[in-house]
Design a protein around this ligand. Structure first.
Ligand SMILES: [Ca+2]
Length: 412
């Protein structure tokens, strides 16, 4: 505990002065419990995932239902349609993947094929199941559900599974290398359904489920790959003490153990007597529940064009507190931890922030279970203000030439 407080203080000490560089711009549309947003690379459309089992398409501001599998989905509590990833070759094969809890209480990862006409809805008969994982009976939470492709590893789908729930992982599934729960899985989906395992997965040829990429996770609900560097950011929701962010830099081979349930963030889990596993990897950053919040929502590394000074900053937030932060990776260590909540106009109150999302161009969004989706955008000075400023320059002659304009004016 003391160590984290020291680290946190050091990070804060290096944080820049609060700026007013960002704002949140609400989309005019409202959604029903949005929990994710994504798009194929380079695609200007937005695909918003609704927890009950629908994907809403926004195409030039026009909204339509892209996919409706609500009849297949158990969406109570932490269950629902939880993940969406477009095949890196979507432009040619029109394939995308979803992760949902089905009515038989399994985590299901399936592919669907979008119609040729980009404005039509998806035929649910195109579903091909990649894998199915039975959830422990009677345990309603910790279903994670994020899925994603890494640009440097385009044939393989990464799948985040929770520990199956129940509080403090009662069957120690996250440390069990025979169980697919409490893991990041990495599989090669096969056309027509099913998957194969990449030969370089860490447990191929040794004891352990060959599909496992990383383990010792509790509820890695929202994760991301840095679209430029390939770094893997895993945000693992904690139990009663700590929230954590794990960072696998591009090039890190699989097989990492992130410590749950013995470890919760940088501390031993006070609820179980388990010794820390040998070789368990400490988080990149964690926080105590008395500080930033009680349920982390992982986000994205900013590579938008609106605010060049933010390039490389990782956005994350907290569901319970509604607070939003950025932090930078400085050689594997956190730096420049900065709260952005007020700067963004406090877009979400307590118990609303459900996810961040990244569109096909690299813009970042945040969304809440209240139905609102906001674009995280740069603040652009009002045209009228700049007109007045420039008029003033003319009046006072060369005065303006020596005045340093704010950095963000460079994008105007
Ligand atoms: Ca094995």
């Amino acid at each position: 505990m003391r160590r984290l407080i020291t680290i946190t203080a050091a990070i804060w000490a290096t944080a820049p002065l609060a700026s007013l560089a960002l704002q949140s711009q609400p989309l005019p549309q409202s959604f029903t419990t949005p929990v994710y947003l994504t798009a194929p690379a380079g695609d200007t459309r937005l695909f918003v995932v609704e927890k009950a089992g629908r994907i809403q398409l926004l195409d030039n501001g026009l909204q339509s239902t892209f996919l409706d599998i609500s009849g297949l989905v158990n969406s109570d509590g932490e269950r629902g349609l939880l993940g969406l990833a477009f095949d890196p070759a979507f432009a040619s094969n029109r394939r995308f993947y979803v992760n949902y809890i089905d009515i038989n209480f399994h985590t299901v990862v399936s592919s669907f094929t979008a119609p040729l006409n980009g404005s039509s809805s998806v035929d649910t008969a195109t579903e091909q199941q990649v894998l199915s994982v039975a959830q422990p009976l009677g345990r309603s939470n910790h279903k994670a559900g994020w899925i994603g492709f890494r640009s440097s590893d385009p044939g393989n789908l990464y799948i985040a599974t929770g520990d199956g729930g129940g509080g403090n992982d009662p069957d120690n599934l996250a440390q069990n290398l025979s169980s697919p729960l409490g893991k990041i899985l990495r599989v090669t989906p096969t056309a027509g359904g099913g998957y194969t395992v990449p030969a370089d997965n860490p447990f191929v040829g040794v004891a352990g489920n060959d599909a496992i990429w990383a383990y010792g996770l509790r509820n890695p609900y929202r994760n991301s790959f840095d679209r430029l560097s390939g770094d893997f950011w895993i945000a693992d929701v904690g139990q009663n003490a700590r929230e954590e962010i794990n960072l696998e830099l591009q090039g890190v081979t699989g097989g990492r153990n992130y410590g749950w349930r013995a470890r919760e963030g940088t501390a031993d889990n006070p609820a179980v007597p388990d010794a820390a596993p040998a070789g368990a990897v400490e988080p990149f950053l964690d926080y105590a529940h008395a500080t930033f919040g009680r349920s982390i929502i992982g986000g994205y590394v900013y590579h938008g064009t609106g605010e060049p000074g933010l390039d490389g900053s990782y956005f994350f937030g907290d569901f319970v507190s509604g607070r939003i932060f950025t932090v930078r990776n400085n050689g594997g260590n956190p730096s420049d931890l900065t709260e952005r909540t007020a700067e963004l106009g406090t877009p979400f109150g307590p118990n609303q922030l459900s996810s961040f999302g990244e569109d096909g161009l690299g813009n970042i969004y945040a969304m809440g279970i209240n139905g609102q989706v906001v674009l995280i955008a740069a603040v652009v000075p009002e045209p009228a203000s700049w007109a007045l400023f420039l008029a003033g320059c003319l009046l006072v002659g060369g005065m303006c030439a020596r005045k340093t304009l704010p950095a963000r004016s460079a994008m105007l």
